[in-house]
Design a protein around this ligand. Sequence first.
Ligand SMILES: [Zn+2]
Length: 110
Amino acid sequence: MDKLYLASLLRDIEGLEEEFGISTIAELKKFLGDELEKKTLVIMPNNTGANCRCAICGKRTQPRIPYEIFLCDTFDEVCSECAKKYDTALAEMLEFYYTKSEAEHAEGEG
Ligand SMILES: [Zn+2]
């Protein structure tokens, strides 16, 4: 983390204190409540199969090509277990896509 980034965080925290009377992490967590637990996930095109860590649980995950699930507004990948937990329909949609395309491949070869 660089110093400029930390300084910008500090300014944000000062703003929170003025606006909401929040000055500690504990108060911030309490204020955010369930919002902290809510994760917006999206399916995005993916062209790298490089091993990386899940943005939610931190577990190593193998991204799939050409589509994978990411945290909204980031390029942080989410493992299939977390995807199922936070957005079941989205995770099932992607599973369906891969199951279907695998089946089509198998048909083509046979
Ligand atoms: Zn995960």
